[in-house]
Design a protein around this ligand. Structure first.
Ligand SMILES: Cc1cc2nc3c(=O)[nH]c(=O)nc-3n(C[C@H](O)[C@H](O)[C@H](O)COP(=O)(O)OP(=O)(O)OC[C@H]3O[C@@H](n4cnc5c(N)ncnc54)[C@H](O)[C@@H]3O)c2cc1C
Length: 384
């Protein structure tokens, strides 16, 4: 039997940031994951898009997204120092454009919502958009300039978190957790597929889209997360074509969403589909076709670029598109999951919130609305 203060099940970016922050607070921390630093971050584009990803009904989540975006620069400085390498953070801003009258109407609605929420977003004509990004198609009808939505390279972020954890003394078990151990109505650790039994004062379930599938977790605290498939392409901008795009460009192309995220190292990420297909991660001809078709309408020159990679990953979706953070109704069991399409953006604030919850038992103010208890059946049945 091995024991720790905190056992994190799942070593994606959310499990890793939780483990790193816990270890920094002096907690003996272990992570179980067959492939720590992998997960959805291997696929994700890494947009830090609090403003351009705003949706109706997600104003509470917006507060958390903005809090995390504001922490990013300091978080990156600290993490790069701890890990000894950079994470590809780029304060480049975003341009969200429309190609036809319907797309433009949609964009106008988004702009109105952003303005109501007090966000900084400027409406530009098609010509002004093209002046900023000359590779845009002549048909662009207008768009929103959002200088506060930046980007980071999720693969580098995950690698840095892994390194920072190792340097902070986090212990890694490179295998799967098979079941949660519950003793006298309290989470006490986990049994691993290699037969090891780990005991721990606190267990954090951070297994991404698989968080709802760990055996031994009582039904009433099992997180209601589901996988939402996303296909993504990676292209390379040869030096002769640079700068191809100077900021993230995204669009609604006749109703479907597409984005192009240009990295400083010449990589161009084009994403992403959104498909409710269970745990399927097949890259399909249809998915690749739709992404290239829409990206080509937006930036015709894209067809000249070498296509270097196609991949699909799973976003951990929750019923209200917001994460589940902190203690559950099972003593000793915490959740850090359900980050859906904003997990990269929410990494800094999640690390802080989880460290606070693990050391004090309570979430900080900004994370309180994201308690897993909002989905607790017992509480919902209680009279108001
Ligand atoms: C196509 C796509 C594009 C995206 N783009 C963006 C973006 O631009 N911006 C943004 O902010 N977010 C984006 N996201 C979302 C973001 O990637 C996720 O929200 C985030 O990576 C989730 O991290 P996680 O650690 O919670 O889960 P995951 O990355 O899924 O990691 C879970 C980990 O748990 C491990 N695990 C599972 N079961 C067990 C078990 N039983 N025992 C041990 N380990 C286990 C897995 O091996 C995995 O490593 C995107 C996602 C996708 C798929």
């Amino acid at each position: 039997m091995r024991s720790s203060d905190v056992l994190v099940v799942g070593g994606g970016i959310i499990g890793l940031v939780t483990a790193w922050r816990a270890a920094q607070r002096g907690l003996r921390t272990a992570v179980v994951d067959p492939d720590p630093g992998g997960g959805a971050a291997r696929v994700a584009a890494g947009m830090l898009a609090a403003v351009t990803e705003l949706h109706y009904g997600e104003e509470t989540l917006l507060g958390l997204n903005l809090a995390s975006a504001a922490r990013y620069p300091a978080f990156v400085t600290e993490l790069e120092e701890a890990a000894g390498h950079d994470v590809g953070y780029r304060a480049c801003g975003t341009l969200a454009v429309a190609l036809d009258a319907d797309d433009r109407a949609h964009m106008r609605e988004l702009h109105a919502l952003q303005t109501r929420c007090g966000l900084v977003s400027e409406w530009l004509s098609g010509r002004e958009c093209r002046r900023l990004e000359p590779m845009l198609a002549p048909g662009v009808r207008g768009g929103l300039r959002v200088d506060g939505d930046h980007q980071v390279d999720p693969r580098r972020l995950a690698a840095a978190l892994l390194r920072a954890c190792e340097r902070a003394g986090v212990l890694f078990h490179r295998t799967l957790a098979e079941r949660l151990t519950v003793v006298r109505d309290r989470a006490r650790g986990a049994v691993l597929t290699d037969g090891q039994e780990l005991t721990s004062g606190l267990v954090v379930l951070a297994a991404g889209s698989l968080s709802g599938r760990l055996a031994g977790v009582p039904e009433e605290v099992l997180p209601p997360v589901r996988p939402v498939k996303g296909q993504v392409l990676r292209l390379r901008v040869p030096p002769a074509y640079a700068p191809f795009l100077s900021r993230t460009v995204r669009a609604v192309v006749r109703g479907s969403h597409v984005y192009l995220v240009p990295r400083e190292n010449g990589e161009l990420v084009v994403g992403a589909t959104s498909e409710e297909l269970g745990w399927d991660t097949t890259v399909t001809a249809g998915g690749v076709y739709e992404l290239l078709r829409d990206a080509h309408e937006l930036v015709p020159g894209i067809t000249e670029l070498p296509l270097t990679e196609t991949r699909a990953g799973l976003r951990p979706g929750s019923p209200d598109n917001a994460p589940l953070l902190g203690p559950t109704d099972l003593p000793g069991l915490h959740l850090a999951t359900g980050h859906y399409r904003n997990g990269v953006l929410l990494t800094p604030v999640t690390g802080d919130a989880m460290a606070e919850a693990l050391t004090t038992g309570a979430l900080p103010d900004e994370a309180r609305p994201f308690t897993p208890r909002r989905f607790s059946p017992v509480r919902q049945e209680q009279p108001a």
